[in-house]
Design a protein around this ligand. Structure first.
Ligand code: MN
Length: 207
């Protein structure tokens, strides 16, 4: 397969008790794998891979694909594949948010980390239907919270993602049922801030 899932960077139970083993396993082995298979199946017998050798380049350019079915597969399954690749790296237990340019920029933009958390939470709880909420860096430089529906993603919108939260019910329903606020609070405990800092630094180096 040309475009791949990342290897899960930890064991299924590594995020317990905040995100349970069953949810991680099902989410990675069923949902995430499904996007991987669906995307690669759709691209069989095309030369798309030669034109867009990386998953980022593929999803960023999906609007240029002329075949409507193929375009939709890349938007949905390609988006699902890359969003989950990012999401797993975005999580890790026991990572404190170290002093950094990202931490400073969040404080400048929202006043404090606590205020940012409240704004991010508000977007996450307010999202209607299935989708994602992201902290992104704009090309012009500033930080921003955005929503994307279904498996739409920041890459094709021209944003660099820093943080994400999956708000499809499959990411929390087993443990939290419909209590999305509870899921959010648990998610907040397992953010891999080192990864977020790395994404921000990478984005800054692009200008
Ligand atoms: Mn998901």
């Amino acid at each position: 397969m040309a475009y791949k899932r990342i290897n899960l960077p930890y064991a299924y139970d590594a995020l317990e008790p905040f995100i349970d083993k069953e949810t991680v396993e099902l989410h990675y082995e069923n949902h995430h794998k499904g996007y991987e298979i669906k995307l690669n199946n759709a691209l069989t017998n095309t030369n798309i891979e030669i034109k867009y050798p990386t998953l980022v380049s593929l999803v960023s350019n999906y609007q240029n694909i002329t075949d409507d079915n193929l375009k939709l597969s890349i938007r949905e399954a390609g988006g699902g594949l890359i969003n989950h690749n990012f999401f797993w790296d975005n999580l890790q237990k026991n990572i404190e948010f170290k002093d950094s340019e990202l931490k400073d920029e969040i404080s400048i933009t929202w006043g404090s980390l606590e205020n940012f958390k409240e704004s991010f939470k508000k977007e996450a709880l307010g999202l209607f239907g299935s989708g994602w909420v992201w902290l992104v860096r704009r090309n012009s430089g500033g930080l921003k919270i955005i929503r994307t529906f279904n498996q739409d993603n920041p890459w094709y919108l021209g944003f660099d993602p820093i943080l994400s939260i999956d708000l499809w019910e499959h990411s929390y329903y087993l443990k939290h049922n419909s209590n999305r606020a509870n899921y959010f609070e648990n998610y907040w405990n397992v953010i891999n801030w080192d990864f977020a800092i790395e994404q921000f630094t990478k984005s800054l180096s692009k200008g």
